[in-house]
Write a protein that binds this ligand. Structure first.
Ligand code: 13P
Ligand code: SF4
Length: 301
């Protein structure tokens, strides 16, 4: 605590001075998540809540696509991202030109795009989805076939739960692709009775061996509702740290993988973002309208 106290107090002060709120993803470190964030959640919750923020400034403690989504949904606010290099391997796996080519190749097939993409890619899409609503979005379209971008594993995991045929892209999350079924078998051997929760960005073979798969919010809710004696979250490391604070009676087993992009945000650069009004997120007006429509269509379902 003494290490962080100066930054925490300064950030709380700056938030008041600047009429700012901090939105933090579930993968942010506990000192951000528990000490300075006003709103926390998965990508879907952050998008929904960004839309209703009344403060003048939104600091997005997360990665770039999340900050862009907040700006799309609440364009009159100043949206700040503490480190512009906070990217995402999924967002980097596809460009707007790729989506245009797919549309030519599969005429008439709706394009469902994961929110883990740039605004330019969203602008070429029909509708967005998150890990928390992907199945509902795919089924709400009422068509036999959709294209789902860019996460191959999320697409395969959703395809296993629906009759809708899904055409996938080859993007992967660099954090979740590293988990394997062998990891789960070893965990079950080393920690008898452990409940295994896996994020749907994990390969399908991993999800098949887990006890439950869901978005970061769904995993957190599962722990709160089912209160497993011991649990492992096959996802980014800070997730267990943040959930464990609220559940001291649950034993968290912690093999995990770090997301280098999520870890770029620190108390130090959140403080600098508020002090220096940086880095302001802006979206090319030529794409903003179409990208916003894809996100709004998702939120309407
Ligand atoms: P959630 O939408 O489940 O929070 O996931 C976001 C993400 O980046 C997972 O890697
Ligand atoms: Fe992207 Fe994976 Fe990091 Fe999430 S955990 S931001 S999907 S690289």
């Amino acid at each position: 605590w003494p290490v962080f106290a100066g930054d925490v107090e300064a950030i709380l002060d700056l938030k008041r001075q600047r009429n700012a709120v901090i939105l933090a993803h579930n993968y942010q470190t506990p000192e951000i998540f528990h000490c300075v964030a006003d709103i926390v959640g998965d990508s879907l919750a952050l998008a929904r809540k960004a839309m209703t923020v009344e403060a003048d400034v939104i600091v997005l403690a997360g990665v770039h696509f999340m900050a862009e989504t907040a700006k799309l949904l609440n364009p009159d606010k100043t949206v700040l991202i503490p480190d512009t290099q906070a990217g995402c391997s999924l967002a980097d796996s596809i460009t707007a030109a790729d989506v245009r080519l797919l549309r030519q190749r599969y005429p008439g097939v709706p394009i469902v795009t994961y929110v883990n993409t740039s605004a330019a890619v969203k602008a070429e899409s029909d509708i967005c989805c998150t890990s928390g609503n992907a199945k509902a979005i795919v089924e709400a379209l009422g068509v036999p076939q959709v294209i789902m971008l860019p996460d191959e594993y999320l697409a395969q995991n959703i395809a296993a739960q629906t009759a809708v045929k899904i055409i996938a892209w080859k993007g992967h999350c660099e954090v979740h692709e590293r988990f394997s079924p062998a990891d789960i078998r070893q965990l079950r051997e080393d920690h008898p009775g452990v409940t295994v929760l896996a994020h749907p960005e994990c390969p399908p073979e991993v999800v098949a061996e887990a006890d439950f798969s869901g978005s970061t919010a769904a995993m957190s809710d599962y722990v709160g509702q089912k209160k497993p004696t011991r649990v492992v979250l096959m996802t980014e490391c800070s997730m267990s740290d943040n959930v464990a604070v609220d559940h001291p009676d649950v034993e968290f087993i912690r093999p995990c993988n770090l997301c280098p992009h999520m870890k770029r945000t620190t108390l130090g650069n959140i403080r600098e973002a508020l002090e220096q009004n940086r880095h302001i997120v802006s979206i090319d007006p030529r794409i903003a309208g179409r990208a916003r429509l894809a996100v709004e269509r998702m939120l309407a379902i």
